[in-house]
Ligand binder design. Sequence first.
Ligand SMILES: Cc1ncc(COP(=O)(O)O)c(C=O)c1O
Length: 393
Amino acid sequence: MYDVYAVREDFPVLKEVVYLDSTATTQTPVPAVEAMVEYFYKYAGNHGRGAHRLAREATNRYEDARETVASFLDAEPSKTVFTKNTTEGINLIANSYPWEAGDHIITTLLEHHSNLLPWLRLQKKGVKVTIISPDSEGKIDISSIEEAFTEKTRLVAITQVSNVFGSIQDVKNITRLAHRNGIRTLIDGAQSAGHMPVSLKDLDCDFFATAGHKGLLGPQGTGVLYIKEPDILDSASVGGGTVSDIEGCNYVLEPSPACFEAGTPNIPGVIALGKAVEYVKKIGVSEIESHEIKLATETAKRLSELEHVEVYGPDDRAGIVPFNVKGLHAHDVALILDQTRKICVRSGHHCAIPIVRFLKVDSTVRASFALYNTEEEVDILVDAVADLKALVS
Ligand SMILES: Cc1ncc(COP(=O)(O)O)c(C=O)c1O
């Protein structure tokens, strides 16, 4: 197991706060931030657009980052597209797949709005959407997906880890089942990549969208989209960098990934993401996974022993612990935790209104863990929540 205290030295802000909001976005380690600074000071230039030394250096480092990220996810670099976040990746698929009226998409009530709204919007084009409900712990029964298959089903779009429950879905078997029926799958990996081993070869999904700024520890404004068969898509956005020739009214698009990355990309962000992924890889994603699960399981257990607290989600959770303090609004709890102990947790509907409603509440508090959190921080959170009893009794 790695030395969490040594790791914390690479995240200076952790000396100031108890950061338990890594599901929203993680902190970025010093080597990744330094890589960004180095870009600005030493070789800021555009990507793929120049023969001069700065443009060449920027292009090479950007493409090195693609190799690093693709290898980390066990994917081919040519099928690994940089985006600005998970949401953009999912929208890219929704907007570039050749839908026909009557096509059918299956998704779930668990989804973040990012993996729900792009599909719901397609209803305007005559695409039908079925939303599968999970059980009370946030798990989707594979058979309920199978029961929803029709001859017209083209896609199952599902999250690997719920950002509201922390529940983990069996996306590998869901993909197998879908493929047996000629249906593609899109996996929302926003809460899985960097938090648990992910091999896209092994998962065999058709699309995988994730963030650079969550488990991969990259800066905000970075994301990754894997596309198994780029040729089935039309580019959702075209312009500079996407085209190899134009003659009159005809044009020839570049092959993937260039045809999906229109315009100047987030070059410093992607280069920093590459460094951040190297950092995750060095520590070991399985070790990170065990560490986060241990802290989250301990937190859930101790919080559920408090009479005034309700904890949601399954026992076999990822590093996410949603809860409410009876008689207090989630936003008030979050504000008090911040004001009294500098604890940063998320509160609200977590951009997943349908599934929070399913819990028959309008919001929850969410403590979430990353590689840099400690047992002491669990103690601080549990003690602070225990103290809230005075306000509710
Ligand atoms: C499961 C899930 N999907 C999608 C998103 C959206 O991610 P992004 O902010 O990178 O677009 C999030 C963000 O929290 C998430 O948790």
